[in-house]
Design a binder for this molecule. Structure first.
Ligand SMILES: *Cc1c(COP(=O)(O)O)cnc(C)c1O
Length: 437
C-alpha cells in the first residue's frame, strides 16, 4: 500500500520551488520538519484517517491539521455543507443566519459563554480576549505559563511552546521589550509560582491565560485541583481567567476542558475544531465583559472575513455531527487513543527506550524521557534526537506524526482498528531504529 518515503521526487521538486518563494519553504514554521532533520512531503489530498502525498505515498494522520480534523478528512457532511454555501457566494461582509446557528451550537456546549464573537484564527481570538481583559480591569499585565502557545500576537510570544521551543528561541525578535515585559510567564502546575506573581504585582495583572490541558509543549494535563485554584485566585485578585480552548475545545470533551474539569471561566477562546478545517476562531464569555466590545463598548475589534459563510457552514456541519453523536464518538476517541498511545508506549518499554506518555482523551505526547512531565522544564528534558529518529522511522512506514517533540498528537473518528494495528507495528520497528542508532 505504502511506497517507501524515499520515493519523494515530486515532493522534493515542490519543496525546492517553495524554498525560493516562502521563507523556509513554508507558510507556518513547524511544517518545515527542521527539528526532525528531514523534508516534509507535500500533500495532494486526504480522506478519513489518511494523507496522500504528491508522490502517492499514504500516511496515517496523527496531527489532523493540528487539531481541527476530528471527524476525519473530507468528511461528507462537511464537504457538502461547504459546497452548498459556496453556491450562495463565498463572502458578504454582512450578517447571516449561519453565524448565530454556529454560535448557538457553541453556547449549548459552553455554559461559561454567554456572548461570543467569531474571528478567523486562534491568534485573533486570544489577542482580542487579552485586549478585552485589559479594558475590563484597567490593568496591563498578563500572566501566562511557560510552554503555553496562544497564537503569535506580540504580547503572547513569550516562552510560547512548540513552534518557538522547537527552534530554541525564548520569544521572538521584533517584539519590543516594553511589550514583552507586560507578559509574565511562570511554570505550569505550580500554585506557588502563580501566587508569587500576584504578590509581586499587586492589582496589576489583568488576566491569566492558559491552555487548560497544555498541548503546545507536548501534552501536559493539569494537576488535580490546579485549574480550580486558578479560578479561585483570579476571582480573589480581580483578574480574569481566560481559558484558551483553541486546541481542547470539542476535543477533550464536547464542552472542552471546562466540561471535563468542571471549570468556569470569564473568557474562553476557541478555534480549530469549530471551523471544521476552515479558518475560524472565537472568543466569548461573560456578558459583562463581551458587551465592552465595539459597537456596544469602547474595545475595538473587527474582521473583514469574520463569520465567513463557508467557514460557518463547515463549523456547523462539524459541531452538529459531534453533538448528535457525542455519546458514541467521545468514548470511541478515548478508546482508540488509549489503545494506540499505550500500545506504542508498551513497544518502547519492550525496546528499552525511556518514554513518558501523557494523554487526555484523543490528544497525547510520547516524551522521550523517563519523566514525569508536569511542566515545560520537564518536557524539555526529552531526548529530541531520539524523537527525531522515531519520527523519521514512522514517516518512512507511512505514519505521519507532528514533527516536534513539543506537539500533541491527535486522532479522530476515522481512525479504526486497522490504522491502530498498523501504527503499533510501525512503532515496533521505529524503536529498533531509535535503539540501533
Ligand atoms: C493553535 C492554537 C492557537 C492559535 O491558533 P491559530 O488558528 O493557529 O492562530 C492558540 N491557542 C492554542 C491553545 C492553540 O493550540
Amino acid at each position: 500500500m505504502n511506497s517507501p518515503a524515499s520515493l519523494r521526487t515530486r515532493s522534493q521538486i515542490l519543496q525546492q520551488r517553495a524554498e525560493g518563494i516562502f521563507p523556509g519553504g513554508v507558510n507556518s514554521p513547524v511544517r518545515a520538519f527542521r527539528s526532525v532533520g528531514s523534508t516534509p512531503p507535500f500533500i495532494e489530498s486526504a480522506l478519513g484517517a489518511y494523507l496522500t502525498d504528491a508522490d502517492n505515498n499514504h500516511f496515517i494522520d496523527y496531527f489532523g491539521s493540528w487539531g481541527p480534523m476530528i471527524l476525519g478528512h473530507a468528511f461528507p457532511p462537511v464537504v457538502e455543507a461547504i459546497q452548498r454555501a459556496a453556491t450562495r457566494s463565498a463572502s458578504f461582509g454582512a450578517s447571516t443566519a449561519a453565524e448565530a446557528d454556529l454560535a448557538e451550537r457553541v453556547l449549548a456546549c459552553y455554559p461559561a459563554i454567554e456572548k461570543i464573537r467569531f474571528v478567523s484564527s486562534g491568534t485573533e481570538a486570544t489577542m482580542s480576549a487579552i485586549r478585552l481583559a485589559r479594558a475590563a480591569t484597567n490593568r496591563k499585565l498578563i500572566l501566562k505559563f511557560d510552554g503555553c502557545y496562544h497564537g503569535h500576537s506580540d504580547s503572547l510570544l513569550v516562552k510560547a511552546g512548540s513552534g518557538v521551543a522547537t527552534l530554541g528561541i525564548p520569544g521572538s525578535a521584533g517584539v519590543p521589550e516594553e511589550i514583552a515585559s507586560l507578559t509574565l510567564s511562570v511554570p505550569f502546575n505550580d500554585p506557588e509560582a502563580v501566587a508569587a506573581a500576584f504578590a509581586a504585582h499587586p492589582d496589576s495583572i489583568a488576566a491569566i491565560i492558559l491552555e487548560p490541558v497544555v498541548g503546545n509543549a507536548g501534552c501536559i494535563p493539569p494537576a488535580p485541583g490546579y485549574l480550580q485554584m486558578l479560578r479561585a485566585l483570579t476571582a480573589r485578585q480581580g483578574a480574569l481567567l481566560i481559558v484558551d480552548e483553541v486546541m481542547t475545545g470539542f476535543r477533550v470533551a464536547l464542552g472542552g476542558a471546562l466540561e471535563l474539569y468542571g471549570l468556569d471561566a470569564d473568557l474562553v477562546t476557541l478555534g480549530k475544531i469549530i471551523g471544521g478545517g476552515l479558518p475560524v476562531g472565537a472568543f466569548g464569555g461573560k456578558r459583562r465583559f463581551m458587551d465592552l466590545l465595539a459597537p456596544l463598548g469602547p474595545v475595538y475589534q473587527a474582521g473583514t472575513l469574520s463569520g465567513n459563510p463557508l467557514a460557518m457552514a463547515a463549523g456547523i456541519a462539524t459541531l452538529t455531527y459531534l453533538q448528535e453523536n457525542a455519546a458514541q464518538i467521545y468514548p470511541q476517541l478515548e478508546a482508540s487513543a488509549q489503545a494506540v498511545a499505550e500500545g506504542v508506549a508498551a513497544e518502547a518499554a519492550q525496546a528499552g527506550v525511556p518514554l513518558t506518555l501523557n494523554r487526555v482523551g484523543s490528544m497525547w505526547t510520547w516524551f522521550f524521557t523517563t519523566g514525569p512531565v508536569r511542566n515545560y522544564a520537564e518536557a524539555s528534558r526529552s531526548d529530541t534526537a531520539a524523537f527525531a529518529r522515531f519520527h523519521s522511522a514512522m514517516m518512512e512506514q507511512g505514519v505521519w506524526l507532528p514533527p516536534s517533540q513539543y506537539e500533541a498528537m491527535f486522532l479522530g473518528a476515522a481512525h479504526g482498528k486497522d490504522e491502530l494495528a498498523a501504527t503499533l507495528a510501525a512503532a515496533q520497528n521505529a524503536f529498533q531504529a531509535v535503539v540501533g542508532a
